[in-house]
Design a protein around this ligand. Structure first.
Ligand SMILES: NC(=O)c1ccc[n+]([C@@H]2O[C@H](COP(=O)([O-])OP(=O)(O)OC[C@H]3O[C@@H](n4cnc5c(N)ncnc54)[C@H](OP(=O)(O)O)[C@@H]3O)[C@@H](O)[C@H]2O)c1
Length: 247
């Protein structure tokens, strides 16, 4: 929030045309931040975003070379700063390793790991500047519930491996960026259905396994995003938002 008449911090939320990224962007906007959002493929979603985040809507495919750096440049051209990066991109795919091609594996790592690292690389400089000026800046990535212990997965081995790699990179980035005042954390949702989510999030037999007795909502995840974006003494943490699933 702005104080003493200063302008509000700027947040960039990727993967924000729908689902968890959109809920996060809305929550941060309601909290008073100047929020930039990103769409990739739906003109309809883009029009809706323009109504909610006027003048701060960007189109990008973050898997393309140079797209992350260009996105940060676009944000800086509009608002002159970026204090918080929330990166909600990350494709989901099921299938045993024997049925998954190397190309599919590469695509999952591209979506879940390399877009995150390229965004981090692109945003690092601006976030360090923001941390020097405002005393705080942050990056937030999306993992998935139940990564602790590096256990085998029968349904989602490649996805879990990609998110596990991201978790290690997140902690390493947190260690590296701490001296620059930039905090780096992760949110790990459990089952969060929403319009456009993977159909497996709707499976009632999975919902029945959640100790709290129900699936989460995008708003539950947005609570975590708001918390970690504002929690000025928390870095290197992975916050599960999963109703106790996979405990
Ligand atoms: N929902 C859950 O239950 C759940 C559970 C565990 C973890 N997660 C993680 O939480 C994050 C958000 O989940 P979600 O359910 O909101 O995901 P989602 O419904 O798949 O939405 C992802 C968004 O990211 C965009 N996107 C994907 N690749 C992109 C790229 N290369 N460049 C630019 N935009 C791209 C998509 O745009 P398009 O419209 O073009 O596809 C879409 O708007 C993901 O990292 C996911 O793995 C979700």
């Amino acid at each position: 929030m702005s104080t003493r008449g200063e302008q509000a911090p700027v947040a960039l939320v990727t993967g924000s045309a729908r689902g968890l990224g959109l809920a996060a962007a809305q929550r941060l906007s309601e909290a008073g931040l100047r929020v930039h959002v990103v769409w990739r493929s739906s003109e309809e979603q883009a029009a809706s975003l323009e109504e909610r985040f006027p003048g701060r809507v960007h189109r990008a495919d973050l898997s393309e070379d140079g797209a992350c750096a260009a996105l940060i440049e676009s944000v800086l051209a509009i608002d002159g700063a970026v204090s918080h990066l929330v990166h909600a991109v990350g494709d989901y795919e099921e299938g045993s390793l024997s049925k998954m091609s190397t190309a599919q594996l590469r695509a999952l790592f591209q979506s879940n790991v390399f877009t995150a690292m390229e965004m981090a690389d692109a945003a690092r400089g601006a976030l360090r500047v923001a941390a020097r000026g405002e005393g705080d800046a942050s990056m937030l990535f999306f993992g998935t519930a139940g990564l602790a212990g590096l256990g085998a997965r029968t349904k989602t081995p490649a996805y879990a491996a990609a998110k596990s790699a991201l978790a290690v990179l997140m902690r390493s980035l947190a260690r590296e960026e701490a001296e620059h005042g930039v905090r780096v954390n992760m949110i790990s949702p459990g089952l969060i259905p929403h319009a456009g989510a993977h159909p497996s999030t709707l499976d009632p037999s999975l919902h029945a396994k959640i100790p709290l007795g129900h699936a989460g909502t995008p708003s539950d995840v947005a609570d975590g995003v708001h918390f970690l974006t504002h929690a000025r003494h928390i870095t290197g943490q992975d916050l599960g938002i999963d109703g106790g699933w996979l405990l």
